[in-house]
Every structure is written in structure tokens, then in C-alpha cells.
Design a protein around this ligand. Sequence first.
Ligand SMILES: Cc1cc2nc3c(=O)[nH]c(=O)nc-3n(C[C@H](O)[C@H](O)[C@H](O)COP(=O)(O)OP(=O)(O)OC[C@H]3O[C@@H](n4cnc5c(N)ncnc54)[C@H](O)[C@@H]3O)c2cc1C
Length: 396
Amino acid sequence: MRLAYGPAEERFRAELGAWLDAHAPPAELLASPKRSSADLPEWARAWQRALFDAGWLVPGWPPELGGRNAGPVEQMIYFEELSRRGLPRSLNPQGLGIVAPSLRDYGTPEQQERFLLPTLRAEIAWCIGMSEPGAGSDLASLRTSARLEGDHFVVNGQKVWTSGAHHADWCLCFVRTDPTAPKHRGISALIIDMRSPGVEARPFPELSDPDFCDFNEVFLTDVRVPADRLLGPLHGGWPITRGSLAHERAMLWIEYAASLDRAVQGLLAIAAEPDGRGGRLGDDPRFRDRVASFAIDAQALRCLGYQGFAKFTAGKAAPEHSLLKLFGSEAVQQATAFGTEALGPAGLDLDRPGPRLWREGCWAIQYLRSFGGTIPGGTSEIQRNIIAERVIGLPR
Ligand SMILES: Cc1cc2nc3c(=O)[nH]c(=O)nc-3n(C[C@H](O)[C@H](O)[C@H](O)COP(=O)(O)OP(=O)(O)OC[C@H]3O[C@@H](n4cnc5c(N)ncnc54)[C@H](O)[C@@H]3O)c2cc1C
């Protein structure tokens, strides 16, 4: 079987490729997008604005929202090209990927006018306040409370792992507004101004790169939020927790396949390294076997991805989503662990570049970062539960 696109799709790819060649930010900026500063870098804002103005930010949306009404296959080509080039659309992915579609689906006309275009045009940055010290995989048990007092909510509680909170202007924050209701039915979504009195974001460094802070703890103490900053219905915030573009979720595997390709290229590059016994790493059939197996995984991931995508666009249930998230994120993790082990102590050398997955770093750092794929959006264990129950039909 030969998988290929038709001429119209290839024209779309060529047009996009030519535009990216002319406008993409230089590789050195992308390789190390330091985000520990209090603000998003100006080049990243300019890049997102350029994508918006050219209709390449959210291709499936209409031109006034930074798109070009592209069909599903064109959107898949779009993500393939971005991943192949290692280009992020935004350094505020939570704003673009989660908040913007939520505003479009649930926002009042006033909220859309106030927030949607500025989010798409990178004029404002967002964080997402979901996880708490006692609520991660079981998000519905969140306890941060919001009490309605006149025309304001008063919010108290703590969030954790809040990506980008230290440079966010706004937080889409999930709070408990009805403590007496069953846990999924007492949650609301509030738009909180991060500069409000009582909001404190404390960034903390990552094990994988002490210079790079993305995570925060966010403390909320008697924070007053105007009642018209409620997104969606009161106590009806649960569906918004799933609020990223369904089409885009069906294409997340493309990023894993591209990372796995890059890891395989990195393994091929180290095959010529000395093995410490007078030969080369690639002389060992076990090394070659593993590299071949990762290359096959990348192909299998693509085939499974296309299959899930075809079902999704035909409006059929596509359990592949959980399989792809689990398989893709874990294959990248196994490949980076293998590269680290194969190199021995050199794999731990911080000055020795490994494959560039989405930022530069040595093999061991890429392995540590791979947990950024296996934890958020449902951990590997949670994906296994979903597959067991909904795909294989095992009891809970
Ligand atoms: C890169 C990254 C970015 C993130 N960004 C954000 C953000 O911007 N905003 C935000 O709110 N959160 C964010 N998170 C947090 C993320 O959503 C949580 O880490 C995730 O939901 C898991 O929750 P937890 O860390 O509390 O782990 P827990 O849910 O406490 O899980 C601990 C362990 O128990 C396992 N486990 C839990 N429940 C089950 C079960 N039912 N069956 C089997 N095993 C189980 C898990 O798999 C895990 O191994 C981010 C996380 C990462 C890694």
C-alpha cells in the first residue's frame, strides 16, 4: 500500500511550505525559547501575529479568526508540516489551544469581543487553572472555591503545575461553585485577571532545566472576580475542561511521530560512536534491532493515526485517540531512554547535544522532558484505563 495525498493537498502543502520558509522564526530562537522571564518574548508574539494575519494560525477557522476554512485533511497537512519543521504556533499553547476554542464555544458576545481576537493575536497570554495538590487525574475533585457575593465571585484555593502563570495576563480557572452537588456538576469556569489582588503565582524550576521555568503554584486568596467573567453556565464548567479543538486533538499523534523520527535520526547519528570495546555502537545487533524497532513504531503510529483520523472525520467513534497518546508518548520516552543508556556517561553530558525534540538538550534531558508527554492530558495509566474500559470492554 502506498499512502499519498492528492494534487490539491500537495498544492496546499507547497503553499504553506513556501510561506513558512519565508516567515518562520530563525532556528536559534526556536531552539531555546527561554520562558522564565515575566513576559513572552516579542519574537514569539510577532510570529503568532504573522500566522494570524496570513490565515495560518487556526487554518480550520474562518479568515477573521486567523484561518482559511481549511478542511480536515488540509489541517492534518498543516500540523505535519509544523511538526516536521519543529515549529510551535504559539509560546502560549494553552491560550491558543484551549482558551480560544472555549471562548468561541462558550463565551458571551462581550467575552468574545474582549478576549478572543487579542488571544489569537498574542496580545494577551493565558494560563489554565485546573490541577490542584489534591486534584490531577481526578480533576473533578478540585476544591478551589468561588462564592457568589452580589456581583462578584470570591475565590479561595490553590492550583499547581500551572504552565506559564508567571507571564499570563489571564487564567481560565476551574472552581467549585456548588459544594453540595455531585462533583462534576458543581464546577464553573472563571476568567481571572492574574493581576487581581490575592493572586500569587510562584514559578518553580524544572528538573530537566533549572533555567527554564514554566510551572507555577498559584495561590488564590479572597480574589474578587466580576460575575460577568463566568464562562459558560454556572455549575456547568465541566464540559469546558475538555475544551480544545476536537479536530486538533485528533491530530496530536503527529507531534509524537515527528519527535520519534527525530529520536531515530539521533540514534542513527550515535551509531558511529565508540562502544568502549574498540568498536562502534552500531556494530551491536541489539542496538540496530532497537533502532529499527523505533523506526517501525514511528510508521505504525502514522498508520494508526491516519486510521483514527479517517474514522474521526467520518463522524465515527475513534478510540485510537487514547491508543495514540499512550503509544506515541511512551515510544518517544523509550527512544530517549535508550539513547541515554546506549551512550553511557556521555548520555548525561549536558554539553553534548542530543536530538532536538522540541528544544535542544542532551539525551538525558530529552528523556526527562519526555514525561511532559506521558503525564498531561491524561497520564499513561489513565489512558490504559480508558483503553481497557472503552476499547477492550473490561469492567472498571
Ligand atoms: C508538562 C505539563 C504541563 C502541565 N500544565 C498544566 C497546566 O497548565 N494547568 C494545569 O492545571 N495542570 C497542568 N499540568 C498538570 C497535569 O494536568 C497533571 O499532572 C495530570 O493531570 C496528573 O495529575 P497529578 O500530577 O496530580 O497526578 P495524580 O493524578 O496524582 O497521579 C499520580 C500517579 O497516579 C496514577 N493514577 C492516578 N489515578 C489513577 C487511576 N485511576 N488509575 C491508575 N493510575 C492512576 C497516575 O497515572 C500517576 O502515575 C501539567 C503537567 C505537565 C506534565
